[in-house]
Ligand binder design. Sequence first.
Ligand code: SAM
Length: 282
Amino acid sequence: MRSLNFDSKKPLLYLIATPIGNMQEVSPRTIETLQNVDLIACEDTRVSGKLLSLLGISKPLFSLREHNEVSASEEIIKKILSGTKVAYMSDAGYPCISDPGARLVKLALQNGVNVTAISGPNAALNALVASGLCEDHFYFHGFLDAKENVKLEELRKLATREETLIFYEAPHRIQKTLQAMFTILGNRKACIARELTKKHEEYIRGGLEELSKIDPETLKGEMVIIVEGSLGEIKPDVNNDEIIQMVKNLTSMGLSTKDAIKKVAEATNINKNYIYKIYHVN
Ligand code: SAM
């Protein structure tokens, strides 16, 4: 179905990308849109309220967050269909990108409401373009699962992808995630992009092995991890010390020795009895 957004009798839902740290990153078009709508739906009314007050905009706010996404989306679509002009913004960056909004967009389209996005900042793209690892193709994964076993499985599935990989991560999980990445993906080039657009913005470039050894106390704030894509088939080109270290990394993350050996065998294509032997001899 074709739909012209700005030359149509259909109502229009505005998705607004908001700053990821630096409040100067609000475009004149964003301000104009926010001034022209009747209602601003947002993930957290306190967070968006602060931004709007900085911009000198006062509008009714309506909360649409992960926990009420279904009912709030229905409510918002009803309001749009009865003539209310609505914009939606999440706490930072683009709605729908590791943030609520996708359900609202689908419901809008199902109900004959057009959807447009007002451009703005996004953490994944800032990190990617400045990382030095930007190639023609990339894959955005967002957050890995918090459970270590599921995380390792997710990484194993990603291990053969040739595109540059993009992850979001929280500071309390960064070290374990980097260790898991090193174990499963090997010593690929990577970059931690921290506190983007803020005063303490930092890019840490290096191999996954080196990055996984950084003191997590120095990795605070918000961060994106960019990892080089697979350079071809994963070959068992690791030496015995590296294999043993991989098993140790996994057992220190809570896996049993048996499970850790199994994971390392899968990741490296090395026979698990061989890994068992070298691990237990040492
Ligand atoms: N919707 C957002 C976007 O478009 O980028 C992402 C929201 S997601 C809930 C929050 C995660 O994005 C953070 O945990 C972090 O991984 C990443 N992020 C957000 N702001 C960031 C910043 N200023 N610097 C680095 N990473 C950031």
